[in-house]
Design a protein around this ligand. Structure first.
Ligand SMILES: [Ca+2]
Ligand SMILES: [Ca+2]
Length: 460
């Protein structure tokens, strides 16, 4: 059983706007902007603002500090907005003259009244602060009112990936490599098809997909995706050219008898982790920063539509497996989009009206997730050298050893920021038992003479 292989820590903490900061957590949420269209995709722009697509067809730029908002595209004529269809993912491209373009995917209705996906390229007109000069890059990707994907992701070789769901088209197209739905598509930036794609004159790059809702690039160019399962298993995959991801015969792992035969016959690539039952996993980004989010370096951060949660998926050094999963309940409803700044700041998009929705926009928002675990209130870096923290595997204890005869207070946190215990009014060295603690990293924050020190402990 694959699920037994993984050590899964399910840690639930609730971070709410209305609560004071002396909660069980040192994770905080800061509202950047609210009352917007469902933000399907967030990306950090070259202007250091957040760019967001709205499901109804609007594209905005948002100042991440002030929440100032500029609308750079009001709407797209002919956009189909039914169920979950509408405007979806986008990415940036800069040409050799530094001209910025936006490639954006949206659904439209064809003459035969079926729904399809199209990618347009807009030029960013910086003088007027608008997107103009739309050019169709690819269209007629069969879609639907649900399961249309879609993320758009620029690769380092200047090609573009498009995650096209199966659109609930019948018969299911995901195993038909001549059909563009239920596929990862790869195109050149002018919409032609790369000559090294698996099939001649085809954008099809990987197949057997149901509805991949997130895609990002990790170390060594590894492409990760998140994908909705039907009911049993959501999937996080590593996407490879010419691989079959199993749908509709296989959902998640090749664990059922009817799945196993197909998996071996069709060389199905299984997920690197699953979520069972499904929770609607969506936006996905790679996080690789030394930061206040202690122990989140080299992780995938994943949003989900159910469970109010983001998920920290700690990657192995090689990036080809997941060593730990942390579930953080933000209490913010459906979360479809995520953006990580070049400095490692984390922004999350709330999407309350994206599902068969005519709900109003008031609960749709962009929030910043922050941690003050290793920084003091004034933001200054403290000298950690005056406190020694050691762990004894044989004794199952850890010892906190400040300079002698100083009075100190301490707090022990787990990696998600939950307080495990507090140590008040101590003098000199103290030793504490770790019996009953889960294995993993912990952080001890120590306050001496109004100065704070943070130390990481690995309990194993
Ligand atoms: Ca699969
Ligand atoms: Ca399965």
């Amino acid at each position: 059983m694959k699920s037994i292989i993984y050590t899964v820590f399910l840690l639930f903490i609730c971070v709410c706007y209305s609560r004071a900061q002396n909660q069980l957590s040192d994770l905080n949420l800061r509202s950047v902007i609210s009352n917007i269209q469902v933000p399907w995709e967030l990306r950090w722009g070259p202007d250091n603002w957040i760019w967001a697509t709205g499901i109804n067809g609007k594209i905005i730029r948002v100042n991440p500090e002030t929440g100032d908002q500029k609308t750079i595209l009001e709407s797209i004529q002919g956009l189909e907005r039914t169920g979950e269809s509408g405007m979806h993912g986008f990415d940036f491209v800069k040409d050799l003259t530094e001209q910025l373009y936006v490639y954006v995917a949206y659904t439209y209705r064809r003459e035969n009244s079926t729904i399809a996906l199209r990618v347009l390229r807009f030029r960013y007109n910086s003088a007027l602060d608008v997107l103009d000069s739309p050019v169709t890059i690819i269209e007629n990707i069969g879609a639907g009112t649900t399961h249309s994907g879609c993320r758009v992701k620029l690769l380092s070789d200047n090609t573009m990936l498009i995650t096209a769901g199966d659109g609930r088209i019948q018969p299911n197209p995901s195993q038909n490599v001549n059909h563009w739905s239920g596929k990862t598509l790869r195109i050149n930036l002018d919409g032609t098809f790369p000559s090294d794609n698996p099939f001649p004159n085809s954008p099809v790059w990987s197949w057997g997909h149901r509805n991949h809702q997130g895609v990002c690039i990790g170390q060594n160019g590894i492409i990760y995706s998140s994908e909705h399962g039907e009911q049993a298993e959501d999937e996080v995959n590593i996407l490879n050219k010419s691989r079959n991801y199993g749908w509709p015969t296989v959902e998640g792992y090749c664990n059922l008898p009817q799945e196993q035969k197909f998996c071996s016959d069709s060389n199905v690539k299984i997920p690197i982790t699953n979520f069972s039952p499904t929770i609607g996993i969506a936006g996905l980004e790679y996080f690789n920063f030394d930061s206040n989010f202690i122990d989140w370096k080299n992780s995938l951060i994943l949003t989900s539509l159910k469970g109010n949660s983001i998920h920290i998926l700690k990657l192995s050094e090689s990036g080809d497996s997941i060593t730990k999963k942390i579930n953080i309940n933000l209490g913010l409803g459906r979360l479809r989009s995520i953006c990580i700044s070049p400095q490692g700041r984390i922004f999350i998009g709330r999407s309350q009206g994206d599902h068969y929705g005519s709900k109003d926009n008031k609960d749709n928002a962009i929030v910043e997730l922050t941690s003050k675990l290793s920084k003091s209130e004034d933001g200054n870096t403290r000298n950690n050298e005056n406190v020694l923290v050691t762990y004894s595997e044989t004794e199952r204890t850890f010892t906190i050893q400040p300079e002698p005869n100083l009075i100190w207070n301490g707090t022990l946190y787990d990696v998600s920021g939950s307080v495990i215990t507090r140590f008040a009014n101590n003098i000199g060295a103290k030793t504490y038992s770790t019996t009953g603690y889960n294995k993993g990293f912990y952080i001890v924050k120590i306050e001496i003479n109004n100065k704070e020190f943070s130390k990481k402990i690995l309990i194993y």
